[in-house]
Design a protein around this ligand. Structure first.
Ligand code: NI
Length: 161
């Protein structure tokens, strides 16, 4: 367990697509250690979410969750969630613009257009299927963190004025 450095905008590793977690890594101490590091690093930086490539691990693993967060004082609480190999598809056509921050893009908030409601499918760290709909701020976080797995950063999503 450790707080790891968070790669910053301009680091080429943030622009790379991450690899799927192989089935034989599910449920292992190695994967649990990575998740511990993501949790500790996110908490230390008051993040609402963090993707493994942000700590220089190019695997499709993300964590998110909000209890009370000084960086997002108005956000609704979201239970801690770990997603392995997540995928999402929009439900309906509604989109919403909202301000997002990112621990890899410090000191900036940007307006980003996201699907309002998405269908999420992923695995838990033990390999159980996660299959559900999410909406609102949680849907926004899922889309933001999945972007990291595809090497997409906030400035790539900036809504043009
Ligand atoms: Ni981010």
């Amino acid at each position: 367990m450790a707080v790891r450095p968070v790669l910053q905008l301009g680091d080429p590793r943030l622009g790379q697509s991450s690899a799927a977690v192989a089935p034989d890594l599910l449920g292992t101490a190695q994967l649990a250690g990575l998740i511990d590091d993501l949790r500790d690093t996110m908490a230390a930086r008051d993040g609402a979410g963090l993707a493994a490539p942000q700590i220089a691990v190019p695997l499709r693993v993300v964590i998110f969750g909000i209890t009370s967060n000084p960086r997002y004082p108005d956000a609704p609480p979201i239970p801690e969630t770990v997603l392995i190999n997540p995928q999402w598809t929009p439900v309906g056509t509604e989109t919403a613009e909202g301000w997002e921050g990112c621990l890899s893009v410090p000191g900036m908030r940007m307006p980003v257009l996201r699907a309002s409601r998405v269908h999420l499918s992923a695995l838990s760290p033990c390999g159980q299927t996660i299959d559900r709909e999410v909406m609102g701020f949680e849907a926004r976080i899922v889309q933001h963190e999945c972007d990291h797995l595809n090497g997409v950063l906030l400035p790539d999503r900036l809504v043009s004025a």
